[in-house]
Design a binder for this molecule. Structure first.
Ligand code: ATP
Ligand code: MG
Length: 261
């Protein structure tokens, strides 16, 4: 059977189509990643159409659709909606069956999920969705202020030795702190290094509250920022597993769980 998972996040929306057999073996046929923008309903529809077209399937050939992410309730064409924690856990354990700790850093929240060794289901989680600081959006705002592409943050982090500590923990205050550092002529590379370490510190404190247990996986769009991944690895002292496409794990889990409806 064919199933589809749709993950409507605050920044990006993903649709993923699976071919699942009776033994629950699966094959990813296609996926689409687009910006959510201001209309999450349209984003859901558009990503679904793109994934269908890439898989060369028609809408009526999809047996079940599961929606997840913060916008999951608005997907009227979905058969069911399931929470992000459950879908991420399912998607990550399909890709890395032995994973115990999942760190997901998205656009507006970050979460740490602990997986049970035997059932492969989430047994504990911690979510920071109260404050934008330390999330993907925070990084986007800072990149804009610094006039440096977010895609280059990783390379800058790795090639810069010194950092400047960013003391503000709030997005708005951190932005003015950066503006004043730029005004004082501090090298942007050092500011980026400091920023990345400050985000890594926030994540580490969440991980330690849940309890660090390897193997650890990093997902979400921020996993594409190799600077963040390196800083977390350095501070945790653990090598992170990163999926081939870190933004699709929620949609993958949703599509797989659709096969169990
Ligand atoms: N190529 C890239 N390089 C660096 N960072 C990236 C890249 N692509 C995405 N990001 C980061 O990922 C963030 C979006 O992550 P993601 O797509 O997981 O968010 P989301 O699922 O929409 O959000 P949430 O789960 O919080 O609702 C962006 O804000 C940006 O910081
Ligand atoms: Mg997300």
């Amino acid at each position: 059977m064919y199933t589809c998972g749709i993950d409507i996040g605050s920044v990006s929306t993903e649709a993923l189509i699976l071919d699942i057999d009776e033994r629950k073996d699966y094959k990813i046929l296609s996926y689409a990643i687009i910006k959510t923008g201001s209309d999450s309903k349209t984003a859901a529809e558009k990503s679904f159409k793109m994934a269908l077209s890439e898989a060369k399937l028609n809408r009526n050939e999809i047996n079940y659709i599961v929606a997840t992410g913060y916008g999951r309730v608005i997907v009227e064409f979905a058969n069911k909606n399931i929470t992000e924690i459950t879908c991420h856990a399912s998607g990550v354990t399909l890709l890395f069956p032995d994973i115990i700790t999942i760190i997901d850093i998205g656009g507006q929240d970050s979460k740490v999920i602990k997986i049970d060794r035997t059932s492969k289901k989430p047994i504990d989680f911690l979510m920071n969705d109260k404050c934008a600081a330390g999330t993907g959006r925070f990084l986007e705002v800072m990149a804009k202020t610094l006039e440096i592409n977010l895609e280059n943050f990783g390379e800058i982090f790795l090639s810069t030795k010194e950092k400047v500590d960013i003391t503000s923990t709030c997005t708005v205050f951190a932005e003015s702190e950066i503006v004043s550092l730029i005004g004082r002529g501090v090298a942007k590379e050092k500011i980026i290094k400091g920023l990345i370490y400050s985000i890594a510190d926030r994540i580490i404190s969440m991980v330690s509250r849940v309890g660090l247990e390897a193997p650890v996986c990093l997902t979400g769009g921020v996993a594409k920022n190799s600077g963040i991944a390196s800083a977390i690895e350095e501070k945790l002292g653990v090598k992170l597993q990163i999926p081939f496409e870190p933004q699709i794990t929620g949609a993958l889990g949703a599509a797989y769980l659709a096969g169990k409806i």
